[in-house]
Design a protein around this ligand. Structure first.
Ligand SMILES: *Cc1c(COP(=O)(O)O)cnc(C)c1O
Length: 391
């Protein structure tokens, strides 16, 4: 007999893998309102506190007044609204590439871009910890996939050798991230760029958690390393440090022209609301401004302060994501519940977001957290008496 939905849910509960939604009745900010209760929020990717920045709200409201709320259709069908065009010009300038294209989300950017670039006769080489959107895009493309252990340059190189030997005419696309979303560490970008260039492969770099946080004017890891021009496809999202919504790809004019024609999540999806594009443009301007630089200084001060106060973090922090490795799913869930009882929102990240038995508390910081709020978190985590698993 076919299994029931109840049975599927019961199985998730039995394995401590069940998830549910928690309603928040306030903006994303360091203290959020959980229906009737205030919680300290250490779970948001709104690293610079832009999700409720008044300057961005004003730009969004003005754009609603001028353009209304909906975009009408796909940009190829009913004409492309000015806010989307201006945003793409800003993105290209920010990322120092000739062109850029926006999508409804970062997930949609990955799902549309990867299959537009590679197909059944091609090869994708992917870091094991790559985000689900990159894995799903790679699967959808039908290309042959090879996975290398996280940040393992030796395995990456042997996959590149293998691809060149067995698929001499294939397009070979290496896919990795600047900052890994559940571990918070960075990829060895210089070495990866050197290696893929030597083997005639392309690189897709997902800067989702780096933009706004790392690099000159917050432009990301490629900009910090001075490698932007050597990376064929720079991808990212406007939903994290930029505080708004939407995905993007930045690269050559030819690349963008191809995506306009072939990326199905662009072609067959209604354009994002124009006010969202306008707000994202204002977010980029903010991030590049002296105010943005100040927020980055405040964010990094908070990151260093938290890392210094909790001996649980093995290494120097490399981003605003500071995971506490726990291991068993039920221990991580219990730790998260204990923190919730003490008024702290810090999610247990479990399979399938991370590997089985690699559950963790994923703490993220904002420029707007106060020293007192961080002290409250530190005290509550110490009281958990965790024995952190080796990373
Ligand atoms: C969040 C994230 C995405 C998806 O971006 P959304 O705009 O939230 O859809 C893609 N890649 C990485 C690495 C991410 O962390």
């Amino acid at each position: 007999m076919a299994r029931t939905i109840e049975a599927q849910l019961a199985e998730l509960r039995a394995r401590s893998l069940y998830r549910r939604l928690r309603e928040i009745d306030s903006p994303q900010q360091p203290a959020v309102e959980l229906v009737g209760r205030t919680l300290l929020n250490f779970s948001s990717n709104d690293y610079l506190g832009l999700a409720r920045e008044p300057a961005l709200q004003e730009v969004a409201c003005a754009a609603v007044q001028k353009y209304g709320v909906g975009a009408g259709a796909s940009r190829l069908v009913c004409g492309t609204l000015s806010p989307h065009m201006r945003l793409e010009e800003q993105l290209a300038e920010f990322k120092q590439t000739p062109a850029a294209l926006t999508f409804g989300s970062g997930y949609a950017a990955a799902l549309g871009t990867i299959p537009a670039l590679v197909g059944r006769d091609d090869v994708i080489i992917l870091d094991r910890l790559a985000h689900a959107s990159l894995i799903d895009g790679a699967r959808l493309s039908g290309a042959t996939m090879r996975v290398y252990a996280h940040n393992h340059l030796g395995q990456l190189e042997s996959h590149l050798h293998w691809a060149r030997e067995h698929h001499p005419d294939a397009r070979v696309l290496v896919i990795t991230e600047s900052v890994f979303s559940m571990d918070g560490d960075r990829s060895p970008l210089r070495e990866i760029v050197e290696m893929k260039s030597r083997h005639g492969a392309w690189l897709l770099l997902d800067e989702a958690h780096a933009v706004g946080v790392i690099g000159p004017q917050g432009a990301g890891l490629a900009a910090e390393s001075g490698l932007g021009l050597e990376i064929e496809v720079q991808m990212g999202t406007m939903s994290k440090a930029l505080g708004v919504s939407g995905g993007y790809v930045a690269g050559s004019r030819k690349l963008i022209d191809l995506l306009v024609n072939r990326a199905r999540s662009f072609v067959y999806s209604t354009a994002p609301p124009p006010a969202i594009a306008a707000a994202a443009g204002a977010a980029i301007a903010f991030v590049r401004s002296p105010d943005g630089a100040q927020r980055r200084v405040a964010l990094w001060k908070n990151i260093r302060s938290l890392a210094a106060s909790l001996p649980l973090f093995a290494k120097e922090p490399q981003s605003a994501i500071l995971p506490i490795m726990i291991g068993p799913e039920e221990t991580a869930t219990a730790a998260s519940e204990h923190l919730l009882e003490r008024g702290i929102l810090a999610p247990a990240i479990r399979y399938p977001t991370v590997a089985r038995g690699r559950a963790r508390l994923r703490l993220t910081l904002s420029a707007l957290h106060t020293p007192e709020q961080i002290a409250t978190l530190v005290e509550a985590v110490r009281r958990l008496h965790l024995h952190q698993e080796a990373a």
